[in-house]
Design a protein around this ligand. Structure first.
Ligand code: FAD
Length: 527
């Protein structure tokens, strides 16, 4: 069993490592001024959560379960466990609203302590919010507290061990609190990798990946996180589950799938057994130019259906390509940069060489123009830095947020057009709506939208209206309300349209069975 030291804590009102915060570089400031008019709102004033509401007696009982030092009620810790990192989360925290703060942060160590905390919470009707890295962008950490004796954040930060490695089966068993880089560092000691690199990689955790069905930027090569999981353990208020006796099974419906994507509403995932791969000896990135988003998307479909996918494959539409060039003159189509595709390859030198050559031949045949390694390497180097820019943009009065969806290839064009139209209409003239194809499959793909607009009087309401319009458009186009960000509280109003009335009843029935008091993440996932 091996573990790693504690990770950096994020700022309650910003993304990421406080030491890595950035300002807007001069070309970006110029772009902002040109597009939205420069506003200087500056850094937010520090905020304080409301006083904790959990009684002294209950807190003492909790301390007896996990140890005195692992029940934290100080303002700074509670502030850092308030909601997640969506733009509305940040805007509300920036405005001083920490009203969803937990009464206490409890840090159990091991499955047994998690079980004990859940039994205690069940008995006293205390709401419990499982907390991994705190990077949720769909309100997955903003549980309801009305009708409960209090609300605790169940922080999995002490559960950060690599529990087992099976190099014959190529699996590893990981605890839920390990963040992306920590899991990779522990696996790296065995020459292994998970290959799961979402943009939130540096702060999100193994348990969070499983609980949200996360998808990483190398999904074309490594698959989604839920596809990597072969086994898991979970604690519920009424008992525990240990699932995954074999890689696949015909023993009824796959109950592992009930926990994957369950967002803390059905139980706390206390370990996952995941498929691992040999760590790559070589990585290579490159760019391709396409005359249009449609042409590049078609090429992706052909690659996916020919079984010819690189490890990373993404395609920006015309607007996103232009903005990423950070060239003010490219706004409004003064220049035509076309659409940028990034392809990345990982493996042995031989695997990289042969796959790259086969993909290149296919892409050239489909009308793509090779741009060489530079655009791909620039993307790879900057990919975890981009979220820091959101804070800098918020400081300058620019509303920036993202949303994602997925559909079958036959519905891609309609989905793209309708979501873009809905967002543009809701955010008004002067707003920017950018999109890229972020994940591809044989049968379809995921579209990831980024918007930027001048912040109005009430930017939270401004975004909520745009998000509702986009969500309505997604449902009308017959696509999914979320490909990898999960349901949380934000997508809940659109879930029934996707899973149907019987689907909603099934979710409620599972919840009632494992969590009869409804203490687990109330208001999240289950309508
Ligand atoms: C800047 C940014 C970029 C992002 N990029 C991506 C991306 O590329 N791909 C992607 O898939 N997502 C992305 N996300 C969304 C987010 O990072 C993922 O949803 C991630 O999987 C959440 O992991 P976490 O550890 O932070 O979980 P948290 O945010 O702590 O929790 C998420 C949900 O899971 C529950 N939960 C957490 N741990 C457990 C557990 N052990 N057992 C049961 N329930 C649990 C929580 O209660 C909550 O409902 C991004 C978010 C941000 C802010």
């Amino acid at each position: 069993m091996s573990t790693v030291p504690f990770a950096v804590e994020m700022h309650p009102q910003r993304w990421g490592d406080p030491a890595a915060a950035v300002g807007l570089p001069a070309p970006a400031l110029e772009l902002v001024d040109l597009a939205f008019g420069l506003q200087r709102l500056g850094s937010p004033a520090p905020a304080t959560p409301p006083p904790p509401a959990l009684g002294a007696e209950l807190l003492e009982e909790l301390r007896a379960l996990v140890g005195r030092e692992h029940v934290l009620v100080d303002d700074a810790t509670r502030a850092r466990r308030t909601r997640g990192k969506s733009t509305p989360d940040l805007l509300r925290a920036r405005a001083g609203d920490l009203s969803d703060a937990p009464d206490a942060v409890v840090r159990p160590d091991g499955h047994g302590e998690v079980e004990a905390v859940l039994r205690w919470a069940h008995e006293h009707r205390v709401a419990v919010v499982p907390f991994g890295g705190g990077t949720s962008v769909t309100g997955g950490l903003a549980a309801r507290r009305d009708g409960f004796a209090g609300l605790v954040s169940l922080d999995l930060a002490r559960m950060r061990r690599l529990l087992a490695v099976d190099e014959v089966s190529m699996t590893a068993t990981l605890e839920p609190g390990l963040r992306g880089p920590e899991a990779e560092a522990l696996l790296g000691r065995h020459g292994l990798t998970l290959g799961h690199h979402p943009q939130s990689f540096e702060h999100a955790t193994i348990g969070g990946f499983a609980a949200t069905r996360s998808s990483g930027q190398s999904s074309a090569g490594y698959g989604r996180f839920d596809a990597m999981v072969v086994g898991l353990t979970a604690a519920t208020p009424t008992g525990s589950l240990d699932l995954g006796a074999a890689p696949t099974s015909a023993a009824g419906p796959d109950l592992r799938q009930l926990l994957l994507g369950s967002e803390g509403a059905f139980g706390v995932i206390t370990s996952v057994r995941v498929r691992v791969r040999r760590a790559p000896e070589e990585t290579a990135y490159e760019g391709w130019r396409w005359p249009s988003f449609g042409a590049g998307s078609e090429a992706m479909r052909v690659l996916a259906q020919a079984g010819l996918l690189p490890t990373v494959l993404r395609l920006s539409d015309e607007a996103e390509t232009a903005i990423n060039l950070a060239d003010p003159s490219s706004i409004g189509g003064a220049e035509d940069p076309g659409c940028l595709m990034v392809a990345g390859y990982e493996g042995t030198p031989e695997q990289v060489r042969t796959r790259r050559a086969a993909v290149a031949a296919a892409l050239e045949g489909l009308g793509g123009a090779p741009l060489g390694p530079e655009p791909g390497e620039r993307w790879a180097q900057g990919r975890f830095a981009a979220p820091y820019l959101r804070d800098a943009l918020l400081d300058h009065g620019v509303l920036v947020e993202t949303l994602e969806t997925a559909t079958f290839w036959s519905g891609r064009e309609r989905l793209y057009a309708e979501v873009k139209r809905a967002l543009t209409a809701a955010l008004g003239e002067g707003s920017l709506v950018l999109c890229h194809v972020s994940h591809v499959y044989e049968t379809g793909c995921s579209l990831y939208f980024t918007v930027a607009a001048r912040q109005g009087e009430d930017p939270v309401a401004q975004w909520r209206a745009a998000k509702a319009a986009a969500s309505d458009a997604i449902v009308a186009a017959g696509a999914t309300i979320t490909h990898h960000h999960a349901v949380g509280t934000d997508h809940l109003p659109w879930l029934a349209a996707e899973v149907g009335e019987v689907g909603v009843r099934l979710l409620r029935a599972v919840k009632a069975e494992v969590d009869p008091e409804g203490i687990l993440n109330p208001g999240v996932l289950v309508p």
